[in-house]
Each structure stands twice: as C-alpha cells, then as structure tokens.
Design a protein around this ligand. Sequence first.
Ligand code: ATP
Ligand code: MG
Length: 287
Amino acid sequence: MSNLKLAIQRKGRLTDKSVELLKLCGLDIESYFERLVVTARNFPLEILFLRDDDIPEYVQDSVADAGIVGENVLFEKQTTTMEMEKLGFGRCSLIIAHPEKNQLKSINEIDGKTIATSYPNILKNFLKKNKINAKIIELSGSVEIAPSLGVADLICDIVSTGNTLMMNKLKKSFNVFDSEAVLVSSKATLNNPEKNGILQDLLGRIRSVKNARDSKYLMMNIPKTSLERIVEIIPSLKSPTVLHLADENMLAVHAVIPSNKFWHIIEDLKAAGASGILLLPIENLIQ
Ligand code: ATP
Ligand code: MG
C-alpha cells in the first residue's frame, strides 16, 4: 500500500501548528527536528518538510499528494492546487500600508502610486477589482523598508500584530486579503482511489479535531427541581445527559457546548442552583 505524501513547512510559523494538528489527529510522528521526510508509525502518511513557497507547485506536480500552506502563498502561486479545508491557524492579513506622515484616505488615492510587495499576483487582482492603476514593485523580502528607501510610496505586505509596521513608521490603510493555513490537494490525488482514501480519512480526523477545538464538555450537579431551567440555559449540541446521584435530590448534568458560550451562561447556571461546575477540553468530536 502506498503512503500519502503530505508537504508541510520545514521551519517557520506554520511548522509547529501543522505537526500539532497531525498529532491531534492521532498520528504517531517521530521527532521531526532537522529531518526532511518523516513517516507516521500508525498511519500511511509521509511528511515532507519544505519551504512554504514551494508547496503549491509540489502538490500541483504530484511531488507531494497534499500540503499545508497559507492561503496567501496558495493564491499568489496560481497553481491548480486545490484548497480542501481551512485549518484555523496561521491567520494573517495582506494589507496596504502607507508612511505615517502621508495620509491615505480613500482607496482611489492609490492610483498612480508605486507599491512594493512580495505578493504581486494577489495585489494585481485587488487593484484590478478596484479599478486602480498603480505600479507594482516586486521584492522578495523586507518590503516594509521600501518607502523609507524611496523605492515605493506604499507597501502591500502580511501583518498579524502590526508591530513591524509601527517600527517602520507605517500605517495600515486597506485590507487586501485575509489568510489562514489550509490543507491543499490536487486532482491527481483525488483521482487515485488509494491516496484519496487516505486523504479523506485524514480530512475526517482534521474536521473532528476542529470541532473538538470549538467545543467543551460541561459537567455540573444540580438540584432535581432545577432540571428544566438548567436544560433551557445550556446551549448544548445535543440533548444533555442527566445522571442520578447518591443524593436523590440531586442530579448530574453533562453536555457538549460551544467553547465561547461558557462565560455567558455560568452566572445563570449558578443562579439556577448548579454546583461543582467543570469544563473539560475534548480531544476529538465526531458529528
Ligand atoms: P519559508 O522559509 O518556509 O519560505 P517564510 O519566511 O516564507 O518561510 P513564515 O514567516 O514562516 O514564512 O510564514 C509562513 C506563513 O505563516 C505565511 O505565509 C502566512 O501564511 C503565515 N503567517 C501568519 N502570521 C504571519 C505574520 N505575522 N507574518 C508573516 N506570515 C504569517
Ligand atoms: Mg516562504
């Protein structure tokens, strides 16, 4: 049986999160430090560690069967590689920024300006969509220093916190593209029954990890008389589980809830008589 070859970033912002996701999917991956290829011990998967820029092309050319890469890189490279699933990490935005001293109020003011970027294709699309004529200067790195060097009026670059912008006396003006890490694959992989079978298994596991990340297991004890009120309060995915306790005036209630709801309901639960409230992480959730 052949393995699915999955390309992930070798060393960078996506590396640890990609490996962590695969481990949460139940894959037993040996220590990957300084290795180029690693085989999972309990799943037909080989991990290839590559530069993130190369991943879309390698997947397109079937050097790898699938990959994990940022949407910014995926869209910039304009390959036939397909996005299969958003992964919820590596979030960042491609933005246009201007020197602090030169205000940029409306998007039309970009017209006639020079913009330095490492993302000429995404920027070109954005300018075209907004009917703007601007000159694009392609730089492979350190884009943020272009305005102070007099190379460009504006920049179009990735930000997540904005610290680099501030250090270079730049200010964000317009959002061009929001990005996160995605699982990508190719037609060739989907058309190969064996590889596609492994890919679908992996995708199912990834979805279950994503569901679990967004959900928590809530447990509490309640007076029997409060059951109706408590069930009303709990934003449960399914009907909560109700268990008897040794004290026959009390019940235990368990439910899977969306993580972000917990702090909204806690006061109501306490007011309804809930005690011993526990909120536990869930490792996997298959719906
Ligand atoms: P490589 O050596 O693999 O080419 P790189 O230097 O191009 O690495 P990183 O800086 O490690 O890339 O970023 C990898 C990806 O992480 C980016 O393409 C983007 O999708 C995502 N990312 C998340 N936050 C940020 C950020 N603040 N700055 C840059 N990229 C970010
Ligand atoms: Mg790169």
